[in-house]
Design a protein around this ligand. Structure first.
Ligand code: MG
Ligand code: ZN
Length: 378
C-alpha cells in the first residue's frame, strides 16, 4: 500500500513538472492521448463555386502548422467523414525543404510562404545572407491594401512573425514585437501580450486599440486592433474555446472596410504541437478547430466572391500515421515515429478566383509567387 502511494505521488509530481516546463505537452500520460474519440461532430456546408473575376481582390492564407495529409485525415475521421476543407476543388503539394536543411522549421517555412525565398532554419524574414526580404503582407500594405495576422500561438512566434518581422533568429521575441509596430498592419490577434507590454525598452503600442478580452475584441469593427488574448501562447481548445474563430471573424470585419482589398494570414498553430507531443487527441482537436475557422473563411469568400483562400502547411510534424479508426463513431488511432518535423510534401488546398493556379507539385516559395502575382500583379 505504502509503495503504491509512493508510486502514485511520484507519478503526479512528474506529471506536474512536465506540464510546468513546457506548455506544448499535455499533463496526461502519452498513452491516454493515442486515441481520439469524438463526442460530437459539426455539419459541413457546401459553398458555391462561382466567383466574380479571374483575379482576387483579397487573399486569406490559412497555415496549419505541421499539417500533413494524416493530420487532415485525422480531423476528417474525427468529424465522422467530412471537413469544410472539402469545398476546395483545387489541390496541390508543396515541397518544404529549407535552404540549409532537408527538414524545415517554421521560421524558414514561414519565410518561404511570406517572402518567396528559401532561407536557413530559424530565419524570420531574412535571406541566407541575413538581408531583409519584403513579405507579401508588407507589399500589400504598401499598395494600399489592409493587412492582418491571426494565430493561437503568441503572435510573435515563428509563423506569424515571418510575415512582418526581420530577425536573424526566431527567438528574438521582443525585437519581433518591435517590428510589428514599425509596420502599418491593421489587425493582429493572438497571444504574446508579454512581448508587447512587459518590454525592457518600455515601448508602447501607439495607434492600436489594445484588447486582451475576446468579448471586447469581438466588438471591434474598424480602426487598428492589437488583440492579445494570452501572456504568451493561448491554451489548448478546451481552454481557449473558439478564440481562433472569433479572431478570424473580427479580422475579416475590420479588413473588409478597405475598398482596395486585403491580405490576411491565419495560423492553426497547435496542430504542430500535437505532433511534437505524439498526441492524436491534440492533433485531432486542433485540426477540427482549424477546419471550423476554414469554414468561416469560406463563408466570407462565398459571399464576397472576390476572395482567394489558400490552405497549406509549413511542414508535417511527427510523421503521423493513422493506424486505426472508425469513420461512423469518429474514432482515430495514430502512431508518431518522431517527435520532430518531417521532410514530406504538404497539401495545398484552394478556393476562389485564381485557385486553379495552385495545383500540381510546387515549391513552398511558388505559393508566394502565385499569391503575389494574383493579388498585386507582380
Ligand atoms: Mg507556427
Ligand atoms: Zn514544430
Amino acid at each position: 500500500m505504502l509503495n503504491k502511494l509512493k508510486l502514485l505521488s511520484l507519478f503526479l509530481l512528474t506529471g506536474i513538472t512536465v506540464f510546468a516546463q513546457d506548455q506544448y505537452l499535455t499533463a496526461k500520460s502519452e498513452d491516454l492521448e493515442k486515441t481520439y474519440e469524438s463526442k460530437s461532430s459539426y455539419s459541413v456546408k457546401e459553398f458555391p463555386q462561382k466567383f466574380r473575376k479571374d483575379k482576387p481582390k483579397n487573399i486569406i492564407l490559412l497555415i496549419g502548422d505541421g499539417m500533413g495529409i494524416s493530420q487532415v485525415f485525422a480531423g476528417l475521421t474525427a468529424n465522422r467523414g467530412h471537413l469544410f476543407l472539402e469545398n476546395c476543388k483545387y489541390i496541390g503539394f508543396s515541397k518544404t525543404q529549407s535552404a540549409d536543411n532537408y527538414i524545415t522549421d517554421s521560421a524558414a517555412g514561414g519565410t518561404a510562404l511570406s517572402a518567396g525565398v528559401k532561407t536557413y532554419n530559424g530565419a524570420i524574414g531574412v535571406d541566407v545572407n541575413g538581408n531583409q526580404v519584403k513579405t507579401i503582407l508588407e507589399e500589400a500594405s504598401e499598395n494600399g491594401l489592409a493587412t492582418g495576422l491571426v494565430s493561437t500561438s503568441s503572435i510573435t512566434h515563428a509563423t506569424p512573425a515571418s510575415f512582418i518581422a526581420h530577425q536573424a533568429s526566431r527567438g528574438s521575441y521582443e525585437d519581433i514585437a518591435a517590428d510589428f509596430l514599425k509596420t502599418d498592419i491593421d489587425v493582429f490577434i493572438g497571444g504574446g501580450l508579454d512581448h508587447f507590454t512587459k518590454r525592457k525598452d518600455g515601448r508602447d503600442n501607439k495607434g492600436y486599440e489594445v484588447e486582451t478580452n475576446l468579448k471586447k475584441i469581438e466588438k471591434v469593427k474598424k480602426g487598428k486592433l492589437a488583440g492579445l488574448t494570452a501572456e504568451v501562447h493561448n491554451g489548448r481548445v478546451a481552454e481557449r474555446g473558439d478564440m481562433l474563430t472569433v479572431a478570424t471573424e473580427t479580422a475579416l470585419n475590420i479588413l473588409d472596410n478597405n475598398k482596395n482589398g486585403f491580405f490576411l494570414m491565419i495560423e492553426g498553430s497547435q496542430i504542430d504541437w500535437g505532433g511534437h507531443a505524439g498526441s492524436t487527441i491534440y492533433v485531432a482537436e486542433d485540426m477540427l478547430d482549424f477546419d471550423q475557422v476554414i469554414g468561416k473563411a469560406l463563408e466570407f469568400a462565398a459571399k464576397d466572391k472576390e476572395t482567394l483562400i489558400i490552405i497549406t502547411a509549413d511542414h508535417e510534424t511527427g510523421g503521423m500515421a493513422i493506424t486505426g479508426g472508425d469513420m461512423q463513431k469518429g474514432v482515430v488511432k495514430a502512431a508518431f515515429p518522431t517527435g520532430d518535423h518531417t521532410a514530406v510534401m504538404v497539401p495545398v488546398f484552394s478556393y476562389g478566383p485564381g485557385a486553379e493556379e495552385f495545383i500540381g507539385i510546387m515549391e513552398n516559395t511558388d505559393i508566394n509567387a502565385k499569391m503575389k502575382k494574383l493579388l498585386l500583379g507582380d
